[in-house]
Design a binder for this molecule. Structure first.
Ligand SMILES: *Cc1c(COP(=O)(O)O)cnc(C)c1O
Length: 400
């Protein structure tokens, strides 16, 4: 191992695209241009004394890929640079990142306050798993700062939310909630998947920990699963490291390599995703067969002003309501020829989901309807195709 270009090799103040391409590099003695892939589970020691010193934290170096790996480290360094965080911890999936970021710091008797608008599996962790271990959980309407203030009037360990939320694109005021949470002694953990690391920087607004499913736009090409937790050094060293080393939610070096490649083109892709999404949001809003569109970039979005304050663009995701029943909504989805039906998101391909019957089917009906997930809601993860082709595809399906 020779050159270490995590930040030191780059001139100060270089832009985000430059950092995405050159940042975090670990170059071996072979002088490769593209990052090497260290597909190895273990590492060897020259002498038994080296193994002893490494286990005693007296000698730096790799020991076992459950603990650390050079390729995984490249991905972590790139993510930390992009987020403006001191440290990153990569995980096998987005859900491994969420559950690690929460469980590694919670114990029986602690209290967590979360937004009611969460990704299906995050909702399960918060409402089903945590209470099993004696953790008190309160869900609030994430869009209502007064509701957060009431819930955070009691000492709390964690405030957890996603913004924009899946699938209604409702926004949480990161700065406002962070202020209330810190006053209650809580750490703020944000799932920033829908905004992507480029469009919203939660740590600048007060978040302590940011988590991603790297499966989504970070890979961006629908190839592999991954996750990452951004934090300061103290949180990584004191809370996450021991947990990850012993519990083992580690990212595969192969997937880390794919994800690091994804990061190199992230800004170009996100620019096109956002342009296509904004165009489709306006197209759908004007369509006679559509009852409404949820997209932070539209003036009709209830928190359009917050979106403009908090995000630098309106994002790659939107949802819309078809005029009519569940059967009519399914008919529209089934007639799409380019856009595919999938519960995944953040791919180069445009994908539609019917949240009520898939990603959010386990949520009680009353709660689901209160959030706005009805039988006629369709979530659209906008891809990188020619936008006129996507419009034509939606139009022929909606006019059927
Ligand atoms: C996909 C997703 C997750 C889970 O990520 P996996 O990589 O699928 O485990 C968590 N939160 C949000 C908002 C997501 O979209």
């Amino acid at each position: 191992m020779s050159e270490d270009n995590s930040t030191a090799g780059l001139p100060g103040g270089v832009g985000e695209s430059t950092r995405l391409i050159h940042g975090g590099r670990i170059r071996s003695n072979f002088g490769e241009t593209s990052e090497a892939l260290f597909l190895t589970s273990g590492f060897v020691y020259e002498h038994a004394e080296d193994a002893e010193a490494r286990f005693a934290d007296r000698q730096p170096g790799y020991m076992y890929s459950r603990v650390s790996n050079p390729t995984v480290e490249v991905f972590e360094r790139k993510m930390a640079l992009l987020e403006g965080a001191e440290a990153a911890t990569a995980t096998a999936t987005g859900m491994a990142a969420v559950h690690t970021a929460l469980l590694a710091q919670l114990r029986a008797g602690d209290r967590l306050v979360a937004s009611n608008l969460l990704f299906g599996s995050c909702h399960w962790i918060v409402t089903e798993l945590l209470p099993r271990f004696g953790i008190e959980v309160e869900l609030v309407d994430g869009t209502d700062l007064d509701a957060w203030a009431r819930a955070l009037a009691k000492p709390t360990k964690i405030a957890f939310f996603e913004t924009p939320g899946n699938p209604t694109l409702a926004m949480v005021d990161i700065e406002g909630v962070s202020r209330l949470a810190h006053a209650a002694g809580a750490k703020v953990v944000i799932d920033n998947v829908f905004a992507t690391p480029l469009l919203q920087k939660p740590m600048r607004l007060g978040a302590d920990v940011v988590v991603y499913s790297a499966t989504k736009h970070i890979d961006g090409q629908g190839r592999c699963l991954g996750g990452v937790i951004l934090s300061d050094h103290t949180f990584k060293n004191d809370v996450l490291s021991t947990w990850c080393k012993n519990v083992g939610p580690s990212l595969s070096p192969f997937n880390a390599w794919v994800l690091a490649k994804g990061l190199e083109t992230l800004d170009l892709r996100i620019e096109r995703h956002c342009r296509n999404a904004a165009d489709l949001a306006r197209f759908l809003e004007a369509h006679p067969a559509v009852a409404g569109v949820l997209y932070p970039g539209l003036e009709s979005h209830p928190q359009h002003d917050l979106a403009r304050r908090q995000m630098t663009a309106s994002g790659p995701m939107l949802s819309f309501y078809v005029k009519g029943s569940k059967e009519r909504t399914f008919e529209v989805m089934n007639r799409l020829r380019i856009i595919a039906i999938s519960n995944n998101l953040g791919d180069v391909r445009s994908l539609v989901t019917h949240p009520m019957t898939t990603t959010h089917s386990k949520i009680a009906e009353a709660e689901r309807l209160a959030i706005g997930i009805t039988e006629s809601m369709v979530r659209l993860s906008v891809g990188l195709e020619d936008v006129e082709d996507l419009k034509a595809d939606l139009d022929q399906a909606l006019r059927s």
